[in-house]
Design a protein around this ligand. Sequence first.
Ligand code: BES
Ligand code: MN
Ligand code: ZN
Length: 500
Amino acid sequence: MQLSFAAPQSVDAGAWIVAALEGGTLTAAAQKADKASGGALSRALKVSRFTGKSGQVLEILAPAGIKASRIVLVGLGKAADFDGPKAEHLSASINGRLSSAGETAATYEIEAPKGSKLKPGELAAHLALGARLRSYSFNKYRTKNLDEYESKLKTVTIATGAQADAKKHWALLEGVANGIATARDLMNEPPNVLHPEEFARRVKALLTKLGVKVDILGEADMKKLGMGSLLGVGQGSDCESQLVVMHWNGARKKSDTPVAFVGKGVCFDSGGLSLKTGAGMMGMKGDMGGAAAVVGTMQALASRKAKVNAVGVIGLVENMPDSKAQRPDDVVKSMSGQTIEVLNTDAEGRLVLADALTYTQRKFKPKFVIDLATLTGAIIMALGPEHAGLFSNDDKLAGRISQAGKAVGEPVWRMPLSPNYDKLLRSKIADMKNVGGPSAGSITAAQFLQRFIEDKTPWAHLDIAGVAYQDGEQKAHAPSWGVGWGVRTLNELVTEHYED
Ligand code: BES
Ligand code: MN
Ligand code: ZN
């Protein structure tokens, strides 16, 4: 899809998208379209139920007097509620609709309504982001009927009086769009292709080009570091486990302590010897959604040369049953020195994260560490696909993450931690067991992770099992199984609070 910003001018082909405010008042561009088409919009408004509410659409095909193939009038809703995510949703959903109608070109001429938080240039950039996110497709394994799956919409123009400002904002968002596409690609890849070593190779090739330092630790390196917890998970797999360490050093103060992101990268989760059912295994190629989000975030930060020092650490493993596989009842020793009784080999994500968290804190002494993981089925039961679960030992960090998620349209919901939940992890023979009781599954998983947080490092855990991929209805901006959830929130968090 070709995307450009241009000054408003007459639309010569394709769809012309203009807006109305809540109550049905046409914006200046919509009035222009109305006039050019001999009052087609006003006439249509009279006979329709369109009132300018957010999400409403009124379409006029082949209007007389103009070259555009259609005028699409969209409702902006309440001006005060019209923000970045709303603008993205608008262009994403309209583009989807136009593509199914076979339209190949679209021109958006939408002004920021008075009272909206968006400046004209920002609005244009967010429309562009929605269009770009919607144009994603993953077709590398199709050999036929490709055109059925690709968006028909080839040219999208954002008409704006604030071109320079729009381009400046887009320069910041384009890297985010690319980071999201990377995260989606990694999610969508099948597990026979994207095993830990291939994942690590791709990350290195992609991020090195952008100036990120990428180190890959193999099993021998991790053994030396004492990472018995992570290594136990990959023990039953033919694929070698990997720890990938990404380092972006963009702060003005080069020696500034970094922010740190840690991701669960289980390239396939069969459950191990505590084998999942056939149905339960569906989608478990996506059990590396946390790692994908961390990689996408590092790409976004490096692309826009963020003035921050940031590290990303991802633990890449495959969880398989085998005669060499870890057994339920095994005891492993983590890098932190703490021992873990592995009572369920399907509670593997926390075992991977434990060592990745210890490594990250000891090596980098970060300002904070945020981990992302498709950690528990229980969070899907609790929050569904609407919110990610947030756990944190630090109210300030938690507040900032909640705020960032809300600002970009990736809402999170804070969940509790407490010593009484922690008690559920007591083991008969080791420092802890890797599962709690039958209840509060997402919380006991988070309590487990908290045992690996040292010296009160501000820490947050995002359980993204419900939001990382989508099996049913797809979100307008994410026409893809892998959503790429988390890249925007982490980028926003850094933008708002951690650049110098
Ligand atoms: N990767 C799964 C969590 C998951 C389940 C993600 C469904 C997405 C969809 C995780 O490794 C897991 O298996 N968790 C177990 C934990 C249990 C054994 C304590 C779960 O949620 O059932
Ligand atoms: Mn599992
Ligand atoms: Zn898992």
